[in-house]
Design a protein around this ligand. Structure first.
Ligand code: AMP
Ligand code: TRP
Length: 341
C-alpha cells in the first residue's frame, strides 16, 4: 500500500458487498461498482460477493454459483483491482458467520423487527413461515463490516438503516466488552446515482421488479441495448430536459451524463430542438460504448476461469488474516476459551 517517506500511511478502510442474486445491470454498475472502483484511490477496500445474504431467499444452486462468479467478474472487469483491494466471496471466510452469531447475542428482536427491508421483504407473509435468516440479515451485514474494522461503508439509501444498526452494535459491544470495533460511517450515494427503470421511471432499475425492458443487463448485446433505449418510456412533450414533470427524461439524462461525463446542462443544450429520437439513439450508443470494454474483459475472464479463482483464493487468504485477528480479540473479550494449539 502507499507509503510516505518510508512511513506506512494508514488509509481509511472500506467494506462493501453486493448479493450475487440475479442478473447484474446498469444500476448496479453506476450505483455501486463504479463507485467502488473510484474509492480504491483513497481507501483500503474489501469488496465482497455476499452469498450468505443471498441464500436468505431460496436460490437455485447452479444460478447462485454462476451469479457469484459473474459478480466477481463484473467487479474485476469494471476496475476493482485485486492488487490494491481485497476481493472475496463471503462464505469463503467463515469468520463472517461466527461474528454474526456473537453479535446475535447482543442484538434485540425489537431493533431487527424495525428494519424497513425486513418489513418490505415479509410484507403479507405470516410470521410462522418467515425465514429466520431474513430476520437476521442485518446482523450478518454488521459482522461483514465490523470484522474488517471498516471506517466507511458505501451503500445505497436503502441500506443506511442497516449501517446504523451496525454502528449501534459496535458501540454496544465496545461498551459491554471493551473497545474492539471501529464504529463505521455510511457513505450514501447522491441522488444522481439512482438509476430508474426504463419502462417506469418512478421505480428503480431492478432485475426483480418488472420486465426485462426496464433494465439494461451488463451483458446485453449492442442491439438489445439500442432497442431497450429506443423503447424506453418518455414524458409528454418533445423537449430533452430534466424536471419534476419529466421523470423519464431526467433518468435518461442522468444515465447519459454519468457515462459520458457531459453535464446535464450541456446535454440539454446539445439536444435543444432535436427531439427524443436523436437523443435516445445517441444514448444507446453511449451505453453500448461504455459497456463494451467491460463485456470484453468479462469474456476474457470467462475464458480463463482460473484467473478469477486465483483472485478469490488470494482475497480469502488476506481477508482471513484480518478477520481472524479481529475474532481472536472478540473471543477473548467475550470469555471464550482459546482453542489450544
Ligand atoms: P441489488 O441489485 O438490489 O442487490 O443491489 C446491489 C447494489 O447495486 C446495491 O449497492 C444497490 O444500492 C445498487 N443498485 C441496485 N439497483 C440500483 C439502481 N437502480 N440504481 C442505483 N444503484 C442500484
Ligand atoms: N445488504 C446489502 C445489499 O443488499 C449487501 C451487503 C451485505 C452489504 N453486507 C454488506 C453492503 C456490508 C455493505 C456492507 O445491498
Amino acid at each position: 500500500m502507499s507509503e510516505t517517506a518510508g512511513k506506512p500511511e494508514r488509509r481509511p478502510r472500506v467494506f462493501s458487498g453486493i448479493q450475487p442474486s440475479g442478473t447484474m445491470h446498469l444500476g448496479n454498475y453506476l450505483g455501486a461498482i463504479r463507485n467502488w472502483v473510484a474509492m480504491q484511490e483513497t481507501h483500503d477496500c474489501v469488496y465482497c460477493a455476499v452469498d450468505l445474504h443471498a441464500i436468505t431467499v431460496r436460490q437455485k444452486r447452479a444460478e447462485l454459483r454462476r451469479g457469484t462468479i459473474d459478480l466477481v467478474n463484473l467487479m474485476l472487469a469494471s476496475g476493482v483491482d485485486p492488487d490494491r483491494s481485497i476481493v472475496i466471496v463471503q462464505s469463503h471466510v467463515p469468520q463472517h458467520s461466527e461474528l454474526a452469531w456473537i453479535l446475535n447475542t447482543i442484538t434485540y428482536m425489537g431493533e431487527l423487527r424495525r428494519m424497513t427491508q425486513f418489513k418490505d421483504k415479509t410484507a403479507g407473509a405470516e410470521g410462522e413461515s418467515i425465514g429466520v435468516g431474513l430476520f437476521d440479515y442485518p446482523v450478518l451485514m454488521a459482522a461483514d463490516i465490523l470484522l474488517y474494522r471498516a471506517d466507511a461503508v458505501p451503500v445505497g439509501e436503502d441500506q443506511k438503516q442497516h449501517v446504523e444498526l451496525t454502528r449501534d452494535l459496535a458501540e454496544r459491544f465496545n461498551n459491554a466488552f471493551g473497545k474492539t470495533f471501529v464504529v463505521p460511517e455510511p457513505i450514501i450515494r447522491g441522488k444522481g446515482a439512482r438509476v430508474m427503470s426504463l419502462d417506469d421511471p418512478t421505480k428503480k432499475m431492478s432485475k426483480s421488479g418488472g420486465s426485462e425492458a426496464g433494465y439494461i443487463a451488463i451483458m446485453d448485446t449492442p442491439d438489445v441495448i439500442r432497442r431497450k433505449v429506443k423503447r424506453a418510456v418518455t414524458d409528454s412533450g418533445t423537449e430533452v430536459r430534466p424536471g419534476p414533470d419529466k421523470p423519464a427524461l431526467s433518468n435518461l439524462l442522468d444515465i447519459y451524463s454519468s457515462l459520458s461525463g457531459d453535464t446535464v446542462d450541456h446535454l440539454v443544450e446539445r439536444y435543444s430542438g432535436k427531439g427524443y429520437a436523436q437523443f435516445k439513439a445517441d444514448l444507446g450508443e453511449v451505453i453500448v460504448a461504455a459497456l463494451e470494454p467491460i463485456q470484453e474483459r468479462i469474456r476474457e475472464l470467462e475464458a480463463d476461469k482460473d484467473a478469477t479463482l486465483k483472485v478469490l483464493a488470494r482475497g480469502a487468504e488476506m481477508a482471513t488474516s484480518v478477520a481472524e485477528r479481529t475474532m481472536t480479540r472478540v473471543r477473548e473479550r467475550v470469555g471464550l476459551v482459546p482453542r489450544p494449539e
